[in-house]
Design a protein around this ligand. Sequence first.
Ligand code: AMP
Ligand code: MG
Length: 329
Amino acid sequence: METLIKKVDEKSVKEAKDILTGGGVVAIPTETVYGLAAVGTNSQAVKKIFEIKGRPSDNPLIAHVHKDYDLNKLVTVKHDYVYDLIKAYTPGPLTMVFESKGVICKEATCGGDTLAVRIPSHVGCQQLLKAIDMPLVAPSANLSKHTSPVTAKHVYDDLSGQIPLILDGGKCSGGIESTVLDVTGKTPRILRAGLITKEMIEAVVGCCGIAEHKEGDKVKSPGVKYKHYRPHCKTALYTREQIKEILDKYNEEIAVGGKPYIMCANDVAENFLEKNLLLLGSTPEQIASNLYDKLLEGEKKSTLIIAVAMPDESGVYMGIMNRLRKSCG
Ligand code: AMP
Ligand code: MG
């Protein structure tokens, strides 16, 4: 199958809509990462997503809807704080897990009784969702375990030949996957950290828990138990205090004929003068936005990516550190 990349416009949105309503899958841009989408009520189409990605069949998908879509068609909203969160942070990189009404097929929810829903803010994505006026389920548009794509080219590198169309909506501004928030309980609980931070949720709801995953627990968000986001080269992760260890590791790799790169925030780069660098930027938002792009650039030109940790786990750094541990730890 030939895979076409087309800039999002009226014509390509119409083509994407036709493929999707015909039971096909299409890669779509969002403000977080690119998604691999199918109509959420079509079991056969949803199965294709799992096959193409090689995704474990117990890792459910997020349903994406346009901003005027009536959520009550899909899920039961049990708590009023949900409306405050919707008002404050949607459309945007916030996914909420509700009690499902069973409209979305069981292949997408992996037979569970909950459904994760998100309203993306990406203009091209909204355009498609509005045109199709049905929920699209979509995981990230990469092969399972690989780093998530933030450009149409990244999607092409993983999935060319397997899907007919990639809608190109430019580089994703957010850069890491959405915050996944369990809103079935009296207080919300973060299942996966992202750009909508614990602090931002607390500012609206007053409180916000974080799901802890202990060995043997029934995981609430299955995605978190898998190895994830890994680039194809070797990786290592150090704290920002371990400058000597980082330089030793770098030199070891050079000594065996390798080509190491140090991936770090701009403020620690001065410790690594004249070394190969993958610079992530300065603010937490810049760093999140560049993280996967730099990992995917690094895997192409490097034998080893040495990642340097963030200063702490506050705000957006929580989501960044979660991805850094899984991709490089
Ligand atoms: P991705 O594969 O990047 O699209 O990630 C989707 C994330 O949403 C994974 O971490 C899933 O486990 C999580 N998710 C999707 N549906 C649910 C659900 N019903 N309950 C809990 N987590 C979910
Ligand atoms: Mg993914």
